[in-house]
Design a protein around this ligand. Structure first.
Ligand code: ZN
Length: 106
């Protein structure tokens, strides 16, 4: 198990706890008397965090139009959003495009 406390610029503190099974995030903030108080926690097993990341990433995936064929495309599930080498897929989940690279491109 490892723990790390991170002081945030606004005075709050984030504690990361990594166990064998998961990751726990605790937030501390100053109360009225200036003492740090525990104000929230979120803990999940690693696979739960992976699911959380993918669900939230999908919510923010930018759709765009392929510059070759004009189809509506988005980065494939699980790829980095801002990586230009990402695989872009259409709404039928196909990355195949009629251009020199054979892949849709934003
Ligand atoms: Zn295309």
């Amino acid at each position: 198990m490892s723990e790390q406390n991170i002081e945030l610029r606004d005075g709050r503190e984030l504690k990361l706890t990594i166990t064998e099974e998961g990751l726990i995030l605790d937030v501390y903030a100053e109360n009225e008397s200036g003492d740090k108080a525990h104000v929230g926690t979120q803990g999940m097993m690693f696979d739960g965090w992976a699911d959380w990341v993918l669900v939230n990433a999908k919510a923010f995936l930018p759709y765009t139009d392929c510059r070759h064929c004009g189809e509506r495309i988005r980065p494939a599930f699980g790829y980095y959003i801002f990586d230009n080498d990402s695989v872009y897929i259409n709404e039928q989940h196909s990355d195949a495009c009629e251009n020199e690279s054979g892949k849709h491109q934003p």
